[in-house]
Design a binder for this molecule. Structure first.
Ligand SMILES: C[S@@+](CC[C@H](N)C(=O)[O-])C[C@H]1O[C@@H](n2cnc3c(N)ncnc32)[C@H](O)[C@@H]1O
Length: 234
């Protein structure tokens, strides 16, 4: 789990590698550096701000997934939507590599994983550069005293509206109802409008037509616990 940095925090690159992340301790740290096309290391990410279409060599809608986990959604989305491009952010070295390996296994030229924090989106994307934003099971930080570390805060939708072009979408699936409540509470005064919700994605379906089950979603499905969803357009 990643804490929300304070207002005086250094840029992500400066704090991305903690001393305990030495390559002897975490071999994935080195794997990231020269993995190949599918995985963009932290140090080479910011230069792509405003130039992501050059990265993919075309002008196609770009969907950003925040916190890809093992990358099962990202790789499958890239595979079934070859006319769109997909970028996944992930903070943990091993998960970055797992997700990039899945993209490589599918030979998907339209997917990238970036080791980057979801709290620093405007340093990675220009206004309107994204066609969509998807969020699957963000860490709950369920204790009220830790709520300040949650991804979905009151100002989140305004920030997201800067990055996602008019006509774009935002999809959320979560096992933690306060995340969806916070998203819906943040709607007034933003360019976002609610298209649909689900209180049980497994039982009643997702609000969108083409749901792809994520690694965490599978865990909640197997445990018989509900997964909540919300679909917004702007
Ligand atoms: C509960 S997991 C969900 C993974 C995946 N979305 C799924 O549904 O299977 C949350 C993921 O978000 C990542 N994460 C946490 N804080 C993050 C941050 N600040 N920036 C990017 N990823 C982050 C975690 O490392 C973890 O892989």
């Amino acid at each position: 789990m990643n804490r929300r940095p304070g207002p005086l925090a250094q840029p992500f690159e400066a704090r991305a590698h903690k001393p305990g992340h030495r390559s002897e301790v975490n071999p994935y740290r080195d794997t990231i550096v020269d993995f190949g096309r599918e995985l963009i290391p932290t140090e080479r990410a910011r230069e792509r701000n405003g130039r992501w279409s050059e990265e993919f060599g075309r002008n196609a809608p770009i969907t950003l997934e925040l916190g890809v986990g093992n990358g099962s959604w990202l790789a499958e989305a890239a595979r079934v939507h070859p006319n769109q491009d997909f970028i996944g952010l992930e903070i943990r070295y091993k998960r970055c590599v797992q997700a990039a390996e899945k993209l490589r296994d599918h030979a998907s030229a339209n997917g990238r994983v970036v080791r980057w924090s979801w709290f620093e989106l405007t340093s990675l994307f220009a206004p309107g550069e994204l066609g969509g934003l998807v969020i699957h099971h963000p860490d709950p930080w369920s204790s009220p005293s830790k709520a300040k570390h949650r991804l979905i805060r009151p100002e989140f939708l305004s920030e997201a509206a800067i990055l996602v072009a008019a006509g774009g979408e935002l999809r959320l699936k979560t096992d933690f109802l306060p995340h969806r409540d916070a998203l819906l509470a943040g709607l007034p005064g933003t360019p976002w409008r609610l298209v649909g919700t689900s209180d049980d994605v497994l039982g009643s379906g997702a609000p969108w037509p083409d749901d792809i089950v994520t690694g965490y979603q599978n865990k909640f499905n197997r445990a018989g616990l509900p997964v909540y969803a919300a679909w917004l357009h702007r």
